[in-house]
Each structure stands twice: as structure tokens, then as C-alpha cells.
Design a protein around this ligand. Structure first.
Ligand code: HEM
Length: 131
């Protein structure tokens, strides 16, 4: 409930928060304090520290983080950028479920092709054996 108290930051004031003892990331105009997460990040602390104090939206999306990763990051959110420092979000930053759909469509072909071929094979065998 108290979650809605949103602290606002400028890009300028976040720049210096790039240390192992105080590391923040800007991802899609939201600000994350990842100091406690450095040790736990499956991708390693190096990549996070490299982007600390800066905008990490692109490298974050380049990795195609899982939906687990996306819900995990909520835990580290400390606020958002002030209106003037925000970037328009791109279509590529769409919610994670929209990324899953093309994959399913790509698989749809093979998912009905296999039973179809099995069906044809069974029909041929049946005819030879019992016709
Ligand atoms: C709060 C922000 C972040 C969270 C919560 C997070 C979480 C995770 C998680 C849970 C994984 C395991 C794989 C998965 O579930 O997708 C992962 C992998 C990874 N992450 Fe992050 N991540 C964050 C930010 C970043 C950023 C900013 C970068 C790059 C600059 C990055 C680079 C990577 C890399 C390279 C991997 C390894 C991919 C692999 O080995 O397959 N992460 N991250």
C-alpha cells in the first residue's frame, strides 16, 4: 500500500551512484538500487557495475531477461526519473508476454505437423496389414 510513495530522481544525481557500496540502475525510466543484488545477479556483478549510475534499459533488454527476472527487479525499485529526464519507451520494451507470442506461433507449425505425419503413417500401415 505504501508502495505509491514514488521518489523522483534526476539522471544527474544518479551518476555518482556507481559504486559497489551504492549502485543504482535506470531501466525504462525507473530507478533500481541494486547494491544488495550485485552478489546475487546470475549475470554477474561486473555487468551491473559497468552500467551503475546510468541508463541500462538497452543492455537489460539485450539479454532478454525472463519474466522471473522482471518480477525480481520490483524488489529493488526505489523510484522513478523526474518527468524531464524520461525517455519515450520504445515498442521493443513491450511487456514480456508479448515477446512470448511469436515464439509460440513459430512452433505451431511443427506442433501439428508431427501428429499429422504420424496419422498418415498409421493409416498406411493399417491398410497394408488389414486391407
Ligand atoms: C534489477 C535489474 C536486474 C535484474 C533483477 C536481473 C536479473 C537477472 C536474472 C534473474 C538472470 C537469470 C536469467 C533470467 O532469469 O533471465 C539474469 C541474467 C543476466 N543478466 Fe540480469 N538482471 C538485472 C539487470 C541486468 C543488467 C542491467 C544487465 C546488463 C548490463 C544484465 C545482464 C545479465 C546477463 C549478461 C545475464 C546472464 C544471461 C545468461 O548467462 O544466460 N542484467 N539477470
Amino acid at each position: 500500500m505504501a508502495e505509491e510513495t514514488n521518489q523522483l530522481f534526476t539522471r544527474e544525481e544518479l551518476k555518482s551512484r556507481n559504486k559497489r557500496t551504492d549502485a543504482v540502475l535506470i531501466i525504462h525510466n525507473e530507478v533500481y538500487d541494486v547494491t544488495q543484488f550485485l552478489d546475487e545477479h546470475p549475470g554477474g556483478e561486473e555487468v551491473l557495475l559497468e552500467k551503475a549510475g546510468q541508463d541500462a534499459s538497452e543492455p537489460f533488454e539485450d539479454v532478454s531477461h525472463s519474466s522471473d527476472a522482471r518480477s525480481l527487479m520490483k524488489k529493488y525499485k526505489i523510484g522513478e526519473l523526474v518527468e524531464a529526464d524520461r525517455k519515450a519507451s520504445k515498442a521493443a520494451y513491450a511487456p514480456q508476454w508479448s515477446n512470448d507470442q511469436p515464439q509460440e506461433q513459430g512452433n505451431a507449425w511443427s506442433s501439428w505437423l508431427t501428429p499429422l505425419l504420424l496419422g498418415i503413417a498409421a493409416t498406411i500401415i493399417y491398410r497394408y496389414l488389414f486391407a
